[in-house]
Design a protein around this ligand. Structure first.
Ligand code: DNO
Length: 354
């Protein structure tokens, strides 16, 4: 039996979605979380990690996936101060591994993590979801001091001046510079992850193209091939995020799921459906017919190629009047989890019968 482990992202004590809610979702195994009250680049206190573990296990769930240990901007920028931040990163790997964590999700996107133009776009059925319309992104120039425009989801801890300065530093960098800085980082962290037997799982850039002229490199098959070769060790793997890759028609997500799972490099999967539009995309319900992705074929590619890692429903819509953290409410993600369970059971039983 090939067993995927169903997981769910939880934002800790501040999250309106409780561990008690999550444990009632059928088949739930692992909580995906992080220590949120420590600035990026710093070492996570052992007590905070232990407290998380205790709380999660006390609710009858496992704490096996961290999303994310953030990568300090100085590492991505290749500044001289990066060595201390990388040493801290290695220490965090050791600390979470000691608490039983098996997989760490992170990203290497300059400044902005995921980017959307609206977080509560109303879909025809009255639910709301996150959307990205390129023409709105094109109106926002983070380098213009008189621009008040901002996009939802941006890191509020930056002042406008700091943001402009950091963005300018990246704009002076090429993709090759970013590749070099990623290699430098991986060459130090992967041996540590291997010695602790923790799988590192990079998250693709979301969306998977450059924004504001900043380099973005974890975007497509060619670049994922290159990434995996930077340090050719199974602990250097990926989070296959179907929505991040699938918002570009150039990415064949089913093929990528087959290829990287068979190579033993997919450690974590974010299952999200998106509707690709001419000038952007909308996040949709998980069901295949609601978006552009064939969720059955993706799950089948995972199953057929021996996937036994962690999988979580990604961003849900807001439905049934729920309010809360955009993309991370309870109801639609729970529906997504149940759909994933159903697909997996059907694929598994179908395979056993044939
Ligand atoms: C968005 C998430 C991302 C992800 C990071 C991983 O909802 O998928 O923020 O956690 O990119 O470091």
């Amino acid at each position: 039996m090939r067993n995927m482990k169903l997981s769910f992202r939880w934002y800790g004590a501040d999250d309106r979605v409780t561990l008690e809610n999550i444990r009632q979702i059928p088949g739930m195994h692992t909580i995906v979380t992080a220590v949120y009250d420590v600035p990026p680049g710093e070492v996570w206190p052992k007590e905070s990690i232990e407290a998380l573990k205790k709380e999660i296990e006390g609710a009858g769930l496992h704490f096996e996936v961290v999303e994310s240990i953030p990568v300090h901007e100085d590492i991505k920028l290749g500044k001289p101060t990066r060595d201390q931040y990388i040493a801290n990163y290695c220490e965090n790997i050791r600390r979470v591994a000691a608490a039983g964590v098996k997989c760490i999700c992170y990203n290497f996107m300059p400044v902005f993590d995921w980017t959307r133009t609206q977080l509560d776009h109303v879909l025809p059925d009255g639910s709301t979801s996150l959307v990205y319309y390129q023409e709105q992104v094109d109106q926002v120039n983070p380098l213009e001091s008189d621009s008040d425009l901002t996009l939802p989801g941006w890191d509020a801890s930056y002042s406008r001046e700091e943001l402009k300065e950091t963005v300018a530093q990246y704009q002076a960098m090429t993709d090759e510079d970013l590749w070099n800085n990623l290699r430098y980082f991986l060459e130090q962290i992967i041996p540590v992850a291997a010695s602790c037997d923790v799988n590192m799982a990079i998250h693709e850039d979301d969306p998977c193209w450059s924004i504001f002229g900043l380099p973005r490199i974890i975007t497509c098959e060619e670049n994922l091939d290159r990434f995996l070769k930077l340090v050719d060790d199974s602990h250097n793997g990926i989070t296959l995020c179907t929505g991040s890759l699938g918002c570009s028609c150039r990415n064949d997500v089913v093929h990528m799921a087959e290829k990287y799972t068979s190579q033993g490099r997919v450690h974590f999967v974010h299952m999200r459906n998106v509707k690709v539009l001419e000038n952007g995309f909308e996040e949709r319900a998980h069901l295949s017919q609601c978006g552009s992705l064939d969720m059955y074929e993706i799950m089948k590619a995972l199953y057929d190629n021996g996937f036994c890692g962690y999988i979580r429903p990604d961003h849900g819509r807001m439905i049934w009047g729920e309010t809360g953290r955009p993309g991370y409410g309870l109801y639609d993600r729970a529906l997504g989890a149940t759909y994933l369970n159903g697909l997996w059971e059907a694929i598994e039983k179908g395979a056993q019968k044939s």
